[in-house]
Design a protein around this ligand. Structure first.
Ligand code: 5GP
Ligand code: MN
Length: 319
């Protein structure tokens, strides 16, 4: 039993994926605060900075970018990661920690770790964390309530995406009764865009391209656009959805240049979004990535942008 394993452990490292989203952050914070209340020594680790829109969360400063000596932990809990590499550079040494618990809701999860707790029917990793906190017998305070609510709100796209299930509403309702404030959360998460972010949106919308059959759209985001608008990676959150909302479009791809590269051959990350029955996690897995049915991604290396776009547009033929 995972609860027995946790009760037996003393020093726990909780980590989630680089470029953390609301689910990664909210799951870490809620589990971290719950385990602390049970007397555990807990380190919350994320390699990347916490996006400004999530920095209002109570106790967010518990999340640090240094894990310290991995030999000092007797357990690692990895959250919201489809594969171990998603935690970033510490993935190479994480096996120094004897017990690795993998808690996730990605359908493409590789089942890494010594204990696997994957539920692809969960709306968010936070749904699994909610159940775990209850099973552990910890009390849900205001900090945990805000963290779990924010995680579920953002991972379900404000209860609009296909992963929105009954638990999304019932847990959210309970969290509001325990101190989560939907208005405050919405103000920080959705109403604090910088001017640069809107200018970036303008530039990215300008790159929209549609396949011949109208079923697939692409958008492109370069390093130069980020520089010119003074924005960071965190400002990209949600951009891909604009290309998905076009009528007839079933799959939207946001191509992000990660390194400009040489001779026009760069490195890219592609975010895929689909509506309805199209399973983009299958497409992403075939291209070396992974994700969920309606939200997935993959990386492309030493390719020109035009070759990458051709490769993506071929996918439209099967739609
Ligand atoms: P996003 O497009 O927001 O970066 O990611 C959407 C979903 O796809 C996330 O749940 C994420 O876990 C997954 N994903 C995105 N990029 C990759 C990737 O390169 N590899 C894997 N395995 N999953 C990815
Ligand atoms: Mn998630």
């Amino acid at each position: 039993m995972i609860t027995d394993e946790i009760h037996k452990s003393h020093s726990i490292l909780i980590a989630s994926h680089t470029q953390p989203d609301g689910d990664a952050i909210g799951s870490m914070l809620s589990l971290g605060v719950a385990l602390k209340s049970l007397g555990k020594k807990v380190t919350l680790y994320n390699e990347s900075p916490i996006p400004a829109i999530f920095r209002f969360l109570p106790s967010v400063n518990l999340i640090v970018a240094e894990a310290g000596n991995l030999g000092n932990y007797d357990m690692a809990i990895i959250l919201d990661c489809g594969d171990l590499q998603r935690i970033g550079k510490i993935s190479d040494d994480i096996h120094q920690i004897p017990v690795i618990i993998n808690i996730d809701h990605h359908i493409t999860n590789t089942e890494f770790g010594t204990t696997v707790m994957v539920d692809s029917t969960a709306c968010a990793t936070a749904e699994i964390i909610y159940r775990l906190i209850k099973d552990l017998g910890a009390t849900i305070d205001k900090t945990i309530a805000n963290a779990l609510y924010t995680a579920i709100l953002t991972d379900t796209g404000s209860f609009l995406f296909q992963n929105t299930n009954s638990a999304a509403f019932s847990i959210s309702s309970e969290m509001v009764s325990k101190g989560a404030d939907p208005y405050i959360v919405a103000q920080y998460v959705y109403a604090t865009y910088s001017l640069g972010r809107l200018k970036l949106l303008n530039m990215v919308l300008d790159t929209i391209d549609i396949s011949e059959n109208g079923k697939l759209s692409t958008m492109f985001l370069s390093q130069k656009m980020l520089m010119e608008t003074g924005t960071q990676l965190e400002d990209i959150y949600g951009l891909v959805n604009y290309a998905k909302h076009i009528e007839d479009v079933q799959v939207a791809a946001l191509i992000r240049e990660t390194h400009p590269g040489v001779n026009g051959k760069g490195t890219f990350h592609v975010s895929l979004r689909s509506s309805g029955a199209v399973d983009v996690s299958k497409i992403a897995s075939e291209l070396g990535g992974g994700g969920h049915c309606n939200a997935a991604g993959f990386k492309a290396e030493s390719m020109t942008l035009s070759d990458l776009k051709k490769k993506i547009f071929i996918l439209a033929k099967a739609l």
